[in-house]
Each structure stands twice: as C-alpha cells, then as structure tokens.
Ligand binder design. Structure first.
Ligand SMILES: *[C@@H]1O[C@H](CO)[C@@H](O)[C@H](O)[C@H]1NC(C)=O
Ligand SMILES: *[C@@H]1O[C@H](CO)[C@@H](O)[C@H](O)[C@H]1NC(C)=O
Ligand SMILES: *[C@@H]1O[C@H](CO)[C@@H](O)[C@H](O)[C@H]1NC(C)=O
Ligand SMILES: *[C@@H]1O[C@H](CO)[C@@H](O)[C@H](O)[C@H]1NC(C)=O
Ligand SMILES: *[C@@H]1O[C@H](CO)[C@@H](O)[C@H](O)[C@H]1NC(C)=O
Ligand SMILES: *[C@@H]1O[C@H](CO)[C@@H](O)[C@H](O)[C@H]1NC(C)=O
Ligand SMILES: *[C@@H]1O[C@H](CO)[C@@H](O)[C@H](O)[C@H]1NC(C)=O
Ligand SMILES: *[C@@H]1O[C@H](CO)[C@@H](O)[C@H](O)[C@H]1NC(C)=O
Ligand SMILES: *[C@@H]1O[C@H](CO)[C@@H](O)[C@H](O)[C@H]1NC(C)=O
Ligand SMILES: *[C@@H]1O[C@H](CO)[C@@H](O)[C@H](O)[C@H]1NC(C)=O
Ligand SMILES: *[C@@H]1O[C@H](CO)[C@@H](O)[C@H](O)[C@H]1NC(C)=O
Length: 702
C-alpha cells in the first residue's frame, strides 16, 4: 500500500483555465473512466488538478452510504488534492460490495486505481479506520489498511479485462471497521505496455512507483504529464543520495514498454563517489510466496566528455541481477526489469564498475506484486443476463460482484454448478416473493443452463412466454402467485406432460385471488386456495356490470352478466333471480364449495354478494364461452344424423383438441348406437359407457 500526504501543485483559477477546461474534457475519449465515489447522483465535473472529467458513482454501485469528509479535512482538499477525495462511499452492511464498471472493451489492458481518504467522515476519528480487502472480480487483489484519517491511500493494478465490464469489490473483515472508497479510476493501456501482463490470468498490483531526485518530496506526476495517468510519487531522498536533474526532455525509443514520462526521467538520484546506490523492501508484510516484478529506469542527464564514464552493475541480494555492466544513455530511457521471487527481503545495489568515473544513477523505480487472477468468473453470458435481470426487476439483495464466485459470496437465490474445466454456470434462480412487477423478461432465455426457475409470489403480469419451453435444461418452473393474463403456452404444457419438467402456473391464470393466499400441494397440480372471499354490495355489482348491461348467459340460478373489477379483470356476475328454482341455501352451498375447492379446471369464485334480497356470485370470466359452443358435434349426432346416433361415452378422453385454437372434436364412436326414435324403450335396457360421462340425453332416456 503506497500513500502520500498531499500534493503541491495548487490549482490556479483564471479565465484562461476555463478554455482549457473545455479542451481537456475531451480526455474522456481516451477511454478514461473516472468515478468520484459518494458524490451526488448524476453530478459531474472536471477536476482542476488533473483536468479530467469525473462522474458520480451512483450508476456503478447500488449499495453503500455517501459521506462527505469532515470540514477540517475538506480544507486541506481545497487546493491540494483532487476533488474526488471530498466525499466517499462507505459500506456498513453486506460482506461484499461491488462496483460494476462498464462498458469496457474485452481483452483490453487497464490500469485500475482505487483511492481512499478517510477524512474523519464518520466523526469517529482514528476509531473509524478500517482494514478490508479489495477484489478484482472474483480474485483477491490486495488488503487495504487505512491507518490514518488524513493520508490518502491508493491501490493500483494492471490487468487484462476479459469481459466488457470489470468489478471492483470491497470485502470487510470482521471487527476491522467499515470499508469505504473515495475514487475509482480506469485507464486503458496499450498492449505494448507492461507485456509481462499478457492475459487475464495474471495481473500486477503496484507495490511502489517512484520518481527519484525531485526537490519536492510531495510532487505527484500523473496525467497529463503521464498520458497513461500512472501516479508517480517521490521516493524520499536519502541523505547519502544526491539529486540531479535536467530541463532537457528525456525520450524513449519506439516500442519502449514502459513509456516513462520525461517529467519523471528528468530527475535522478546519484550517490557520492565510491558509494553504491541501494534500496530494499520487505516481503514479509503479506504472503511470503508473492512474486514481484521490478523495473529500474535510467537515463544519463548530463552530456559526458570523452574522459567521463558512468558504468554500473546491478545486484539483487548479493547476486548479479543484470548480467552486463551498463551505461545509461544521454536523455534516453533504458529500463532493467525482471521477476524477483523466493525471498523475504529484496535488497538492490547498483555498483559502479572499476573503470566508471561517475557514480551510479537511478531515475525511476517500479515494483509490482504479481496477482494471480486466473480464478474463473461465471460464464460471461450468464453474468450479463443476470445483471440485466437484476436491473430490470430492480433487485437489490446481496446481488453484487460475480453471481457464483467465490462460493462464499454466492448470490441469494442463485444456484450454480462448478465444473473444473469450464466457467461456473447459473443453474437455478429463485426470485420467489421478491415483489417483481412487469412481464417475464426474455433475458431469462439467456440463462441457458437454467434448471430451476422459481418466480412464484410476485406481481408478474402479461402472458406466460413461449421461450420458457425452449430453455434446454429447465426442470422446475414455478409461476404461482402472480397476475398472469392468458393461457399457459401449449409448448410448456407439452413439455410438462412429457415429464420434461414440473410446472406450477395455473392458479394465477385468469383469476386474481383478492387478498388471497395460495399454498401449493405436492403434486403440483391441485391447489387449495384460501381467501377472504370478497364480499360485494349490490351497489358495487351495479358498478361492476354497468347496471347489468351485458347478459352473457342464463342458468337455473338467474342471469349472468359481464362485469369488470376495479383493476380491469373481467368477471361473470351470476345473479339469483327471485323466481329462481335455486334457493338461498343452494346459493350459499355453491358459494361455500367454491371458496373451498380450487383447481385449474374449475371456475374460480372471486366473491359473492348478499345484500338484502339480492344475492349473486362473482366468477372469473371465461372469455371463450362454453365447450358446448365449441362442440356442436353431439347436437349433430343427435339431431341431424339419420338415423340419430347416441355417443354413449362422452368423456374428456374422447374429446380431442387440435391446434393452438383448441378446436374440439368428438372422437371414438365405437360405442355409439344408432337408435330409432320409435323404439326408445329398446335401448334403455342396459347402460353402457363410462359412468359419469354419459351423454346426458342418453342418461335421461326412460
Ligand atoms: C456533501 O456536501 C455537499 C455540499 O458541499 C452537499 O451538496 C452534499 O449533499 C453532501 N453530501 C452528503 C452525503 O452529506
Ligand atoms: C494497519 O497498519 C497499521 C499501521 O501501519 C498497523 O499498525 C496495523 O497492524 C495494520 N493492520 C493490519 C490488520 O494489518
Ligand atoms: C497467459 O500469460 C502467461 C504469461 O504471463 C502464459 O504463461 C499463459 O500461457 C497465458 N495463458 C493464456 C491462456 O494465454
Ligand atoms: C533541479 O536542480 C536544481 C539545482 O539543484 C534545483 O534548484 C531544482 O529545484 C531541481 N529541479 C527539480 C524539479 O527538482
Ligand atoms: C570532462 O568533464 C569533467 C567534469 O566536468 C572535467 O573535470 C574534465 O576536465 C573534462 N575532461 C575533458 C577532456 O574535457
Ligand atoms: C569497463 O569494465 C567492464 C568490466 O568491468 C568492461 O566489460 C567494459 O568493457 C569496460 N568499459 C570501458 C568503457 O572500458
Ligand atoms: C441475450 O442473448 C442474445 C442472443 O444471444 C444477445 O444478443 C443479448 O445480448 C443477450 N443479452 C444479455 C443481456 O446478455
Ligand atoms: C425459493 O425460495 C423460497 C424462500 O424464499 C422457498 O420457499 C422456495 O422453496 C424456493 N424455491 C425453490 C424452487 O427452491
Ligand atoms: C402485489 O402488489 C400489491 C400492490 O402493489 C401488493 O399489495 C402485494 O403485496 C403484491 N403482491 C406480491 C406477491 O408481491
Ligand atoms: C390480457 O391480454 C390481452 C391480449 O394480450 C389484452 O387484450 C387484455 O386486455 C389483457 N387483460 C388483462 C386483464 O390484462
Ligand atoms: C388441425 O389444425 C391444423 C392447424 O390448425 C390444421 O392444419 C389441420 O387440418 C387440423 N386437423 C384436423 C384434423 O382438423
């Protein structure tokens, strides 16, 4: 963890800088993404230190609390530090909280920087300090130890982003304070830079990136001096080090993989004659197994005459690190670099050779920790689909970071399978009782490994879509307790019938149980529905039916009228006429039965009316009318055929349906019997056919 106290460069406001502001705002076209964490939603500004445009973090994260740093720390910000340090976002709840930054170009190398300034935002002083982990996607990046309220901290990693987004997650540690973040910056790097980071499986985090030799120990070099916006801090001059500098530009050759800016290379540290230039770092602070990558940048800053020579050799832990004696070139960058591993302390020594007339020199130094980032994230298609589903239904929960990985942060309601050879896949999604509204999103069809989908007990509406039947692995689908309109697509019913999956849907179709409570039985077929059957007043019925305007049928009970509930649901209002053969008792019996009995193939009762002498039952409205209207075949058999035919086995098994319009046809005339009107008594001897399914006209024969 590197840090710096403050920045010297004060912002100078002038009319001229306003013009500059407009020009520099274009910097965004470089692909820089600059996020000011904790700033108000949809706020944006151009920072007067870097001249880069910054945006609020609101659209990149959906958890956490915004805070401003305390007034006394804000004073320090005013002129010295980038404005992003003014505020921050803290995450008092949730084990893992993530930023999702998109869109990025997959396969692009990025420098990702997270910045932190506590600034006593919580008024707890040092008591509010925190230690927490940063994750890059599903991989551990580094531990952040914010050990001062007034210092800024930065974590920076160079990584190849495999997807069109990257996630940066803050993972709290028990008892070690509340994670927070001040800023998040992404800078694309050309592939030709830092070629040691070749693909997404290995990244490297900055352990130190130092500028050597400037007088001002607080100097920060970054954008625009460094077009890649790396942050170069000063490695404090040791007493034995002699600073040297030039005003001439220090260049690098084409193809240089570090492109160190001239502003950094123009200053250097040397030592007194006869001394070596040394630096070291301890590797004990974290895991001893860590591998480092070190880069030493050198450029001669003075034109040497023919009798002068600066020749050096570089040693690491007493062994020669770079095999040959080396002379820096005049105003051209040279870099020595390599992996350094296997030790608890790394001690570098730059020695002059015997024939060198000048001491060694070092202009800049970079030390990185190699960070394995090979752990596989969830299948990219699944991730983008589930994130879009999250956005569509505005799901909060703990849905942050990768849905499946690491396993301990598996999203609520999400199930995954973890194959060894391929990326984890989402296999189950349980959004039961999540208050979902709207239709069933087609995004679900992108979760192609889904086996188990539970959308029950939400307020989903619209049609049940066909595409669900196309999900290749779907085995369980629960849609109960919603407000769907229309029928279950035949393709779904077919797969369900074929045993391809268990389907629970029906209780919700064409009926809205008012104040209802539905419990599903094991066989997934019948439901028992208990509801406080709605009581209608006669006045309400009048409103619903527009003063009993449209009659849609007549039964023994009375006339049936079409009506519409407040929410537009069509209903059939079956009134009991005074002349009805059905008495009030039968009426009550029917109501009681209907309250108790529910099945997808039984008409559902919405409510009843018992208001003075008025009584009525309110049913769901079946828009397609009666089966009789669809089944003219019997009438034909009985009346139009000569001689007439009695089917004698009219049962559902003998009524075949065709096509999506469910055209009904009577089949199986095997038991039909021709009968002579004149010989009615002759056929009454023995009743054949399935009891309970006899043609009513047949059964009525004397
Ligand atoms: C931070 O301060 C700004 C004004 O300087 C104010 O608009 C904003 O609401 C504050 N934010 C919070 C979280 O208090
Ligand atoms: C954090 O840093 C402080 C100061 O460097 C140190 O005392 C403390 O032990 C560190 N905490 C952890 C958990 O590493
Ligand atoms: C990724 O890069 C490393 C070198 O850093 C290399 O060893 C490895 O084979 C590469 N992996 C792929 C999948 O290209
Ligand atoms: C360069 O060196 C001169 C003389 O020592 C010093 O005054 C000046 O501040 C130095 N410049 C930088 C950028 O360190
Ligand atoms: C080379 O430069 C050094 C230091 O500036 C000077 O002492 C020496 O006389 C010069 N030698 C020649 C041959 O110019
Ligand atoms: C300086 O000495 C090294 C061996 O230490 C040798 O390889 C190199 O050629 C010498 N350079 C000059 C300019 O004499
Ligand atoms: C869903 O899949 C389609 C077709 O493969 C693709 O075009 C679309 O981008 C995907 N949507 C999401 C949000 O992943
Ligand atoms: C979905 O979650 C609910 C609880 O939230 C649970 O009752 C239900 O059984 C789950 N569904 C499946 C298919 O596991
Ligand atoms: C559906 O929405 C209504 C009104 O917004 C609400 O009262 C009810 O609780 C919701 N039902 C479910 C299952 O979310
Ligand atoms: C049901 O859907 C049909 C057609 O999609 C539409 O005309 C009708 O208004 C819907 N009914 C309700 C109650 O939403
Ligand atoms: C069944 O329906 C299909 C399509 O609606 C139609 O082409 C076919 O003729 C029908 N079959 C019979 C026996 O009516």
């Amino acid at each position: 963890m590197s840090r710096h106290g403050s920045v010297r460069t004060a912002a100078v406001f002038s009319l001229i800088s306003i013009c500059v502001l407009n020009a520099r705002a274009q910097a965004n076209t470089r692909g820089f993404i600059s996020i000011d964490c904790g700033s108000p939603p949809s706020s944006g500004y151009v920072d007067v230190v870097t001249w880069l445009p910054y945006v609020s973090d609101a659209e990149f994260v959906d958890a956490g609390v915004s805070h401003n740093i305390s007034a006394e720390h804000a004073d320090m910000i005013d002129l010295k530090l980038p404005r992003l340090y003014n505020d921050l976002r803290s995450f008092p709840t949730g084990a893992r909280n993530c930023y999702t930054v998109r869109p990025l170009t997959p396969g692009t190398k990025y420098l990702v920087r997270a910045t932190f300034l506590h600034g006593n935002y919580d008024g707890l002083g040092p008591g509010g300090l925190a230690v927490f982990d940063l994750h890059l996607g599903v991989n551990f990046w580094q531990t952040v130890n914010v050990s001062s309220v007034s210092d800024t901290f930065q974590a920076e990693i160079i990584t190849v982003v495999p997807d069109d987004y990257v996630q940066v997650c803050l993972v709290g540690k028990k008892g070690l304070g509340t994670p927070f973040i001040s800023g998040l910056e992404l800078r694309p790097l050309p592939d030709t830079l830092y070629t040691v980071v070749a693909n997404a499986s290995m990244s490297m985090a900055v352990h130190g990136r130092y500028n050597l030799g400037p007088d001002d120990e607080n100097l920060i070099v970054r954008y625009p001096s460094d077009p890649h916006d790396r942050v170069w801090k000063v490695l404090a001059n040791l007493r034995s080090w002699n600073p040297t500098n030039t005003t001439g530009t220090v260049r690098y050759v084409a193809g240089d993989q570090f492109e160190v800016p001239s502003a950094v290379m123009q200053t250097a540290a040397t030592v007194d004659d006869g001394f070596s230039l040394r630096f070291y770092w301890d590797a004990y602070e974290s895991n001893k197994e860590l591998d480092y990558f070190a880069v030493l940048h050198m450029a001669e800053l003075r034109r040497l005459n023919s009798s002068e020579a600066r020749i050096c050799e570089v040693y690491l832990n007493n062994g020669l690190w770079y095999s040959k004696p080396f002379s820096p070139e005049f105003r051209y960058s040279s870099s020595m670099f390599g992996m350094v591993t296997g030790s608890v302390e790394y001690s570098f020594r730059i020695e002059p050779t015997a024939n060198s007339t000048l001491p060694p020199l070092l202009n800049a130094l970079e030390i990185y920790v190699m960070v394995p980032t090979a752990e596989r994230a969830t299948h990219g298609g699944d991730v983008s689909a589930v994130m879009a589903i999250k956005a569509k239904y505005e799901i909060k929960r703990n849905w942050m970071g990768d849905p499946c990985c690491p396993k301990i942060y598996l999203w609520d309601g999400v199930g995954c399978n973890y194959a060894i050879s391929s990326a984890p896949r989402i296999t189950s999604l349980n959004l039961s009782s999540n208050g979902l509204v709207g239709d069933i999103t087609t995004l679900l069809s992108n979760l192609t490994a889904l086996q188990n989908l539970d959308l029950s007990h939400n307020n989903l509406s619209g049609n049940i879509p066909e595409f669900l039947a196309q999900l290749p692995s779907l085995a369980v689908l629960d849609l109960t307790g919603n407000k769907f309109n229309g029928s279950v697509p035949e393709s779904l019913l077919k797969r369900s019938r074929e045993g391809a999956f268990s389907l629970s849907t029906y209780a919700d179709l064409s009926v809205r149980p008012l104040n209802g409570r539905i419990s599903k039985e094991d066989n997934g077929d019948a439901v028992s529905m208990q509801f406080d059957n709605r009581q209608f007043s006669y006045k309400e019925l009048k409103t619903i039916t527009n003063s009993f305007e449209k009659s849609i049928g007549k039964g023994g009970f009375g006339v049936v009228y079409l009506g519409y509930l407040e929410d537009g649901t069509p209903v059939a209002v079956k009134t009991r006429s005074e002349s009805s053969s059905q008495g009030v008792n039968e009426f009550l019996a029917e109501a009681l039965h209907l309250i108790r009995v529910h099945h997808r193939n039984l008409v559902n009762l919405v409510g009843h009316c018992k208001d003075g002498q008025h009584s009525a039952l309110v049913y769901e409205y079946m828009s397609e009318g009666t089966l009789q209207e669809k089944l003219r075949g019997l009438e034909y058999l009985h009346k139009a055929c000569t001689p007439p035919l009695i089917h004698r086995d009219v049962k559902t098994a003998n009524i075949l349906l065709n096509g999506s319009n469910l055209e009904a046809k009577i089949a199986d005339f095997g038991l039909s019997k021709a009968f002579n009107n004149d010989l009615q008594s002759h056929v009454s001897t023995r009743v054949v056919g399935t009891p309970g399914y006899l043609d009513p006209e047949y059964a009525l024969l004397p």
